[in-house]
Every structure is written in C-alpha cells, then in structure tokens.
Design a protein around this ligand. Structure first.
Ligand SMILES: Nc1ncnc2c1ncn2[C@@H]1O[C@H](COP(=O)(O)OP(=O)(O)OP(=O)(O)O)[C@@H](O)[C@H]1O
Ligand SMILES: [Mg+2]
Length: 263
C-alpha cells in the first residue's frame, strides 16, 4: 500500500484570495490555530429535545477539552447522545446553551452559512451508512468535496489518486458505490472525509455496518491517516476494538461524561 502524503492544514494553504471570501471568524482561525492548545473546547453544553409536553435533556452541561492530534472514543448506550454531540461539534446542529470552539472558531457564534463554510473547511465526517453519492463515481465523490473547497482540477486529480492509493482502491476510481463492498465504500468515505485535510474528523459508528475484518482494515487506515495529518478525531462507537485505537475513552451517561478513562 502506498504512503499518503497528507500534510496538516495550516494557514499556508489558504491563498489570499480564498481567505478573503471566508467569514472573519474563520479567517481568524487560520491564523490562531497553529498556536492553539486544544482543537476542541466545550463548556456547559446543553441540548434538549421536546416531545409533546416532555422535555428530553440529552446533553446536560458538558465540558470537554480535546488536544490537537488526540483521538477520542465516545461511548455510551444507544440514545445517550453520542451522535447529538458529534453533530453539535460539526456545526450540523445548534446547542440550547454552552460554547463550542473548534479549530479556534466559536462554532456557536457562526451564522448558518458561516457554519456551512466552516464545516466544509475544517471538519471531516464518516458515518455508519457510508453516505456516498450513488450517482457519482468513487473519484467524483472525493472530487465533490475538493471542488467545494476550491481545489484546482489538476491538484484534485493528484489528491484523489494519492488518497485512493492510500486506502487501497487505486483501481476503483471509476467504479460506482453500489458495486463496492461495505468495507470498500467506507474506505472511499474515509478518503472523502480526509481529502481536504480537516482539522477534526468526526466518525459516527464508522465500523457499525462492517464485518470484523473490514472493520479492522477501516480502523487501521483511519488511525494511520488521521495521525499522519496530526488531525484530531472523535469516534462514536459501541465497539471495544474501536475504543482501543484511541488515546482516550469518554462515556456519556445521563447527559454527562460518566467516565474518562484517559485522564
Ligand atoms: N431531532 C431530534 N428530535 C428529537 N429527539 C432527538 C433528536 N435527535 C436526537 N434525539 C434524541 O436524543 C437522544 C440521543 O440521540 P443520539 O442519536 O444522539 O443517541 P446515540 O448515543 O447516538 O445513540 P445510538 O448509539 O443509538 O446511535 C435520543 O433519545 C434521541 O431520540
Ligand atoms: Mg448515534
């Protein structure tokens, strides 16, 4: 398997014209992030959902610091709020109270449009159900993310080839997702999630739909690729094996962290 030359995102990769189009909060982040101590800082995070008369408190005042380059497993029973927390960190959802800083940006202070831009630049997502675009080839699934980030065509071609080589799918660039196995689809999803060198990778049960051997392959790749970029990773999982790859394990219980095995 070829090596993957992914470099850590830093201020240098933002050309001046590109930087000018970004909201101030995100432009600022590219300057401060290299000296930030924590990639993710959460204070007093609350998320509740209303069902009729009943209010369901899912996250009940969470505090969390994750260092740059750290990999963290997020555990807890079904319904404990793992996906909710990942969606809040990734700016897909908004909290009812509290602050979330990711890569130097106060995500909770951004408008919806700014959050979309922020997510596109700084976050990579991997889901249990792979979520590839079925009408696009493997290469074009990755290209889509690169194009949204303004990567030029030739640079995108190079990057796609590099990543497919890294995930062992160099010969499947023109295949469509429906002819790939689950493990292969998830490897494409990994390449897509990492193609723009995100500061933070959020993975929600990334091995939940895979057999043991495919899960092991995906995990090994995930670990290797994220660590090679110095990226920060948060994985929601029920699996002991996934947790064993991480530097730290957090357990969500009754809206709080019950146990932090790494501190
Ligand atoms: N949009 C929503 N509206 C109402 N309730 C919601 C919404 N999103 C999540 N919830 C509720 O919040 C709780 C936490 O859900 P979440 O999906 O975060 O759990 P989880 O820990 O990821 O579970 P699993 O391990 O099954 O994936 C659940 O009780 C769920 O029903
Ligand atoms: Mg979930």
């Amino acid at each position: 398997m070829g090596s993957c030359r992914i470099r850590r995102t830093d201020a240098i990769r933002y050309e001046s014209g590109d930087l000018g189009r970004l909201p101030a909060a995100i432009r600022y982040s590219t300057v401060v992030r290299m000296s930030d101590q924590h990639e993710i800082t959460i204070r007093g995070l609350e998320r509740r959902f209303r069902e009729g008369e009943r209010e369901h408190v899912v996250l009940d005042g969470i505090d969390l610091d994750i260092a740059r380059g750290e990999t963290v497993a997020l555990r807890g029973r079904s319904g404990s709020g793992k996906s909710t927390l990942l969606n809040l960190i990734g700016g897909i959802d908004s909290p009812d109270a509290g602050d979330i800083r990711v890569a130097g940006v106060d995500v909770t202070a951004l408008t919806e449009r700014e959050r979309t831009l922020f997510r596109r630049r700084h976050i990579g997502f991997v889901y249990q159900a792979f979520n590839l675009v079925p009408t696009l080839s493997v290469a074009d699934n990755i290209r889509l993310v690169l194009e949204l980030n303004g990567t030029a065509r030739t640079a995108a071609d190079t990057r796609i080839a590099e990543l497919l080589e890294a995930v062992g799918l160099a010969d499947r660039a023109d295949s469509y997702p429906d002819v790939l196995s689950g493990g292969e689809q998830q490897r494409v999803a990994l390449a897509r999630a990492l193609c723009h060198e995100p500061a933070v990778l959020l993975a929600d049960e990334p091995t939940g739909n895979l057999d043991d051997q495919s899960a092991e392959t995906v995990l090994t790749l995930l670990d290797k690729l994220v660590r090679s970029t110095g990226g920060t990773m948060l994985i929601a999982t029920h699996s002991n094996s996934v947790a064993s790859y991480c530097d730290r394990v957090l357990e969500l219980h009754n809206g709080r962290f019950d146990r932090d095995a790494g501190q």
